[in-house]
Design a protein around this ligand. Structure first.
Ligand SMILES: C[S@@+](CC[C@H](N)C(=O)[O-])C[C@H]1O[C@@H](n2cnc3c(N)ncnc32)[C@H](O)[C@@H]1O
Length: 281
């Protein structure tokens, strides 16, 4: 198992939350809201499946996001055994800030072994029930992204959908993602980036509740400092999809000299262009 020690299992999830020791960044008002059972129940059907299309004014949808996630991971990782029918068969992935497990379910359906971690027990309960109803098994973990309860190099990939906006110390959380991913493993993130114009005024209000809206370049800097090199990016208005690869012996790439696979293209190019990438194994 990838855990760094034995943790109790409660209510269907591994409880590895380090508690409010003061050594972890506070979660703010957003964290409090996320602990409520009605939020956990309503988040995915009422907001998650609409949010991308609202935030990007139709330039991207959640279906397109999931297609891009699957295509980018499959093209760069592929299954453990070549020729396996499922694109991520045998790969171990970590969904950080999983909420009710949209990414975890998606990747399990593609053959991956998924660990789904969230700070909110309410979200984990809903996530586990939804996965079970869909016939998809994952390991549900209550923990904090700033101090992941896993050994180094434990996962082929870590995925973070929108949670980057909620981390109290995103640079530290990115270091943790890089730590638990194996060399040449992947980190995917989708996040709402710093908007211009009236959108920025709304973001300033949301920042009072503990959310953050980093420029893509800031995320690149956190990634580079953690030893993650940029592989692919797609910007859709104020929403970015980004894929990074851990070290693999090469120095992290500077944002000003992107790798050949780097792209910030239109929505239609994201998933189709993925096959051009070579395997990271
Ligand atoms: C915007 S939702 C993410 C949605 C989910 N990744 C998805 O793609 O549908 C943010 C989630 O991250 C969790 N979260 C926020 N800060 C966290 C932290 N420091 N550690 C673990 N989970 C955290 C919240 O409890 C919440 O469920």
């Amino acid at each position: 198992m990838p855990f760094d020690r034995a943790y109790p299992v409660r209510d269907g999830f591994v409880d590895a939350h380090p508690g409010r020791s003061g050594r972890l960044p506070a979660r703010g008002a957003a964290g409090w809201v996320n602990d409520l059972a009605p939020t956990a129940w309503a988040y995915e059907p009422l907001w998650r499946h609409r949010s991308l299309s609202i935030l990007t004014m139709g330039a991207a949808t959640t279906a397109h996001e999931l297609r891009t996630l699957r295509a980018w991971l499959a093209a760069t990782l592929g299954p453990v055994e070549a020729g396996a029918p499922e694109p991520l068969a045998g790969r171990r992935v970590l969904d950080v800030g999983c909420s009710s497990g949209l990414y975890a379910r998606t990747l399990v359906a593609d053959g991956a072994e998924a660990f789904a971690l969230d700070a909110s027990a309410a979200f984990l309960r809903v996530g586990r029930r939804r996965a079970e109803r869909a016939g998809l098994a994952a390991t549900w973990v209550r923990g904090d992204a700033h101090a992941l309860p896993f050994v180094d190099d434990a996962f082929d990939a870590a995925v973070v959908g929108a949670t980057l906006n909620e981390f109290g110390d995103p640079a530290r959380a990115v270091r943790e993602l890089a730590r638990v991913v194996r060399p040449a493993g992947l980190v995917w993130t989708m996040f709402a980036s710093r908007a211009g114009g009236p959108g920025r005024a709304v973001q300033v209000l949301l920042e009072r509740g503990g959310l953050r809206f980093p420029a893509p370049e800031a995320v690149d800097d956190w990634a580079a400092a953690a030893g993650l090199a940029p592989l692919r990016r797609a910007n859709h208005g104020p929403v970015a999809f980004a894929l990074y690869r851990k070290g693999a012996g090469a120095p992290p790439l500077a944002v000003s000299s992107p790798s050949p696979g780097w792209e910030a293209g239109p929505a239609s190019a994201d998933a189709s262009g993925a096959a051009a990438h070579s395997s990271a194994t």
